[in-house]
Ligand binder design. Structure first.
Ligand code: NAP
Length: 322
């Protein structure tokens, strides 16, 4: 089979925006959805910061719309999980459990996954009072008492940000010293709305029966004692893991495993572009992921236009049969 012009790995806002733009560029992109089709927005409820929806839109509905829009312009979106890639081969090779594809360019949009505590109650209440994104969901907690779990910069940043809305923020940390930078610690300690539960672990989040957060049960890691604290929201801020396992050793990543991009979405491998949270540990918003997906599509298109004929230059005719 002749190589595709572009294969997009991942189907969150970055991947689907790259699909929309490359489809409209007549590149007939193939999108391989991945295990968490739709990405992190599938785990949220109301999204109020996506421009153009003044009353907000449900996360899964937004992703269904993005998908349908990309398909309308000819993107092929297939279920499947990429099991291996050869980025250095020309054309590049992408394998799933039951098929092998080749492409002149690749857009990596595999995202990052928020680390979770691993509690059944946490899973059950995510999007219903349990959140991994203060910027996205803080607004829903006006006047409420909430908790932030974690002791790093993200946890302090989220705790401080959340005091704009919440009546009180309890930080739950498993040790008695924070990992966060000194300046973030000082800010958190100085904030009268923030208190700390040290050497504590969340054992359970209640109330799964009601489908909303009413309290959390903490376990003291030194004494083993358990206590219940009334909260209406729990923000889990224990870090993110970029989904880059597939690419290890083939592409440049930073010390935390995020793909390094330069001049837009270019990676260390010519013809391979990256967008969204897999290359961004700073902004991590749906809108910034979508913006970088657009950049990756434009970068891929320019790259294909510049390929010499013998490498499979993407002529218009070529594009149409993709
Ligand atoms: P992080 O630095 O890895 O911190 C994760 C925190 O979560 C740690 O305090 C850790 O506890 C705790 N933790 C991890 N697994 C846990 C578990 N299963 N149960 C309970 N607690 C758990 O992650 P991050 O805060 O997301 O920061 C990531 C990187 O981004 C860092 O380099 C950070 O400096 C940077 N960042 C910077 C800023 C800023 O400068 N404004 C803002 C956000 C992030 P332990 O301490 O016990 O390991």
């Amino acid at each position: 089979m002749s190589p595709r012009n572009v294969i997009i790995i991942g189907s969150g806002p970055a991947g689907l925006t790259a699909a929309l733009y490359t489809a409209r560029g007549n590149l007939k992109p193939l999108v391989i959805e991945g295990l968490e089709a739709g990405g992190q927005l599938m785990l949220t409820t109301l999204v109020e910061n996506w421009p153009g929806h003044r009353d907000g839109i449900m996360g899964p509905e937004l992703m269904a719309e993005m998908r349908a829009q990309a398909e309308r312009f000819g993107a092929d979106i297939i279920r499947g999980h990429v099991t291996s890639v050869d980025l250095l081969a020309r054309p590049h090779v992408v394998k799933t459990a039951d098929a092998e594809y080749s492409a002149r360019s690749i857009i990596i949009a595999t995202g990052a996954s928020a680390r979770l505590l691993g509690l059944a109650s946490e899973r059950a209440l995510i999007g219903h009072g349990v959140s991994t994104c203060a910027t996205c969901d803080g607004y829903f907690f006006r006047g409420k008492s909430i908790a932030v779990v974690g002791g790093g910069d993200s946890a302090m940043e989220e705790a401080i940000f959340l005091t704009r809305f919440a009546s009180h923020v309890t930080v739950v940390h498993r040790r008695d010293t924070l990992r966060a930078s000194k300046i973030m610690q000082d800010k958190a300690f100085a904030n009268p709305k923030i208190s700390f539960e040290w050497n504590a672990e969340v054992d359970e989040i209640r109330d799964t029966g009601k489908g909303e957060v009413t309290s959390m049960v903490l376990r003291d890691l030194l004494s083993g004692e358990r206590k219940e604290i009334a909260v209406e929201g729990v923000f889990v801020a224990i870090g993110h893991t970029p989904n880059t396992k597939l690419f290890v050793g083939q592409i440049e990543t930073d010390a935390s495993g995020y793909i390094v991009t330069q001049s837009g979405s270019r990676t260390s491998v010519p013809g391979v572009f990256a967008c969204g949270d897999v290359q961004d540990h700073v902004y991590r918003q749906a809108i910034t992921a979508a913006g970088s997906g657009c950049m990756a599509a434009i970068d891929a298109e320019k790259y294909l236009d510049g390929l010499p004929q013998h490498m499979g230059q993407a002529t218009l005719e070529d594009r149409a049969v993709g």
